[in-house]
Design a protein around this ligand. Structure first.
Ligand SMILES: [Zn+2]
Ligand SMILES: [Zn+2]
Length: 383
């Protein structure tokens, strides 16, 4: 069934890979003795560096003398990041590649850069995504092991309206963010990092007393959800009152002889224990019917130059900035309130900034006419 609907992605997705097995084998390969010796030498260069002719003290002096820190002066303006290089993943010049080159990677690269179509695809593919720079905070927590632990990249898309509604136009699927996590972390950690506006709504009408922290947000009230990856529903059962959202789907599938599907608890599943196909869309569902596609896009061993602090993962790696929604009254300020069934307005719902909301709907704090009001978007961290 899945293949009938999503079979089209088989062409662009990878073979099924068990992440743990793959990287265990790979790290054995790269951690073999010869490479280990090489790495130790590289890390302790004073040993055999310059055939051992340089005493440790001289080496230290040389290292300090050549340090890039010496290239800055006090009070210098900090270096600006070039946003163009952050947004474009690949910048190559074909002119630099000689004609008679035999290296197959360069031959293929040249072919790709010369084809007009791929040029357009490459240049617009990452334009809307922005790399998120994190401060490297020093913590005393556990550290990941370079060459042994893995980093896994997951693209999370915004919820969208499915094509078969018939009435509405199909919505374009857009990226929400790319999350990077460590292989030994569990799926519930990934879930906690996904931010969606449907988690941030408050369903209590606060029109009588418009205060933003009117009650719990949807995220605090309705905690059920699941990931669907390779024939298994990974449910969130961390709260005992959570419901199994997959039950209704599995029952429906059974009456149509589809499946069988397995279930598991997302808090028990390490992400590297999964067998995944890179590039293939899987599902994250929460708040009853809010469905997101998720795609495993990359995985690699963690390096010495990555942030090794375990507590800083999972984290947002890239985001797609979204334009703010503006007040429908002034068109200047960002939306802070929504009203529905407002009998003094032609718009239902209507979006307001804080000032317009209070000045149009209230006189000396007293509500005018009939309407319901909700804070938008409600985030318990920024009320
Ligand atoms: Zn959602
Ligand atoms: Zn306004």
């Amino acid at each position: 069934m899945m293949d009938a609907v999503y079979g089209v992605y088989n062409k662009t997705s990878s073979e099924k890979v068990n992440l743990k097995e793959y990287f265990d084998q790979y790290s054995k390969l790269v951690n073999c003795k010869e490479l280990h010796d090489l790495r130790t030498k590289a890390l302790n260069p004073s040993g055999n560096f310059l055939q051992g002719q340089l005493p440790d003290e001289d080496f230290k002096f040389l290292a300090e003398y050549c340090s890039v820190d010496n290239l800055t002066v006090p009070g210098e303006v900090p270096k600006c990041m070039d946003p163009r290089t952050m947004r474009r993943k690949e910048i190559y010049e074909t002119e630099d590649i000689p004609d008679d080159v035999g290296l197959q990677t360069l031959v293929e690269l040249k072919k790709r850069l010369n084809s007009k179509q791929s040029n357009t695809i490459n240049s617009i593919k990452y334009r809307s995504e922005t790399y998120v720079q994190h401060d490297v905070a020093k913590s005393a927590g556990p550290l990941a092991k370079p060459g042994q632990d893995t980093l896994i990249y997951i693209r999370v898309y915004n919820p969208f309206m499915h094509r078969n509604t018939g009435v509405d136009k199909p919505q374009k699927i857009s990226l929400n963010c790319v999350i990077v996590m460590l292989g030994f972390q569990t799926l519930d950690k990934l879930r906690d990092k996904i931010s969606c506006i449907s988690d941030l709504s408050v369903s209590t009408d606060v029109s009588k007393h418009p205060i933003r922290k009117a009650g719990p947000s949807a995220k605090e009230l309705y905690k059920s959800g699941f990931f669907y990856i390779e024939d298994t529903f990974y449910n969130d059962f961390r709260d005992p009152t959570n419901e199994d959202y997959s039950k209704v789907i599995r029952d429906w599938a059974e009456t149509r002889n589809l499946g069988p599907f397995k279930t598991a608890s997302m808090a028990d599943v390490r992400v590297d224990s999964l067998s995944v196909r890179f590039g293939f869309p899987w599902v994250y569902q929460h708040q009853a019917s809010c469905e997101h596609l998720i795609v495993f896009s990359d995985a690699r061993l963690i390096n010495f130059d990555d942030n090794l602090d375990v507590s800083s993962y999972p984290r947002i790696h890239r985001i797609r900035p979204r334009p703010s929604r503006y007040c429908m009254m002034c068109g200047v300020h960002a939306v802070r309130w929504i009203t529905t069934n407002n009998d003094r307005l032609p718009h239902n719902p209507c979006f307001f900034c804080d000032t317009c909301f209070k000045s149009y709907n209230y006189v000396k704090g007293k509500k005018l006419g009939n309407f319901k009001a909700y804070p938008y978007p409600f985030d318990p961290d920024f009320p």
